[in-house]
Unconditional design. Structure first.
Length: 179
């Protein structure tokens, strides 16, 4: 497995931040490909994910201020946490179990890619994620899901996509989205 890097996360987080800044005022209540979340709830989910991963990596509870922060601010804190020496080997709790810091990095990358696609789809924007990072996370996701019992999977069952589909469409389909 190619190891995810903090630099890759920085690029993807920056591009998700651009998607979020491109949300028009009248789009915040619009539905997303995640049936239970509108655009606002999906962005809040990403912010909370950044905060929770930062907290887990730094082995401390989240501060009240962090819970009120926006995406860009929480992404900066998350990147700083992932840059702490030795953090890749730490074990942290995620919604479906305990994982290493390196696994958390892959999970965060995948989450930002997929939910970035969700935001783009819901708001009529284009994504600009690096294909090599998407391909890496598509491989990671396939291996991770194959070893995970169905009840613990955080995403919907996979939907078949053509092998000729863009790699981001293949990734979102592998996690239950219709591309």
């Amino acid at each position: 497995m190619s190891a995810a890097t903090v630099d890759q996360l920085a690029v993807v987080a920056d591009r998700v931040g651009l998607l979020i800044s491109g949300i028009k005022p009248d789009q915040w209540d619009d539905p997303t490909p995640c049936p239970e979340w509108d655009v606002r709830a999906l962005v809040r989910h990403l912010v909370l994910g950044n905060v929770m991963d930062t907290s887990g990596l730094l082995t401390r509870p989240p501060a009240h201020r962090e819970l009120l922060a926006g995406f860009d601010e929480t992404a900066v804190a998350l990147l700083a946490a992932f840059r702490v020496p030795g953090v890749a080997d730490r074990i942290l709790e995620v919604p479906f179990g305990r994982v290493s810091g390196l696994m958390a990095l892959h999970l965060r990358l995948t989450e930002l890619l997929v939910h970035g696609w969700d935001i783009a789809r819901a708001t009529g924007q284009e994504t600009a994620f690096p294909d090599d990072v998407i391909e890496q996370e598509l491989g990671f996701t396939a291996r991770a899901l194959a070893s995970m019992p169905s009840p613990r999977r955080p995403f919907a069952p996979a939907i078949a996509s053509p092998a000729t589909a863009p790699v981001l469409d293949q990734l979102v389909c592998s996690l239950g989205r219709v591309a």
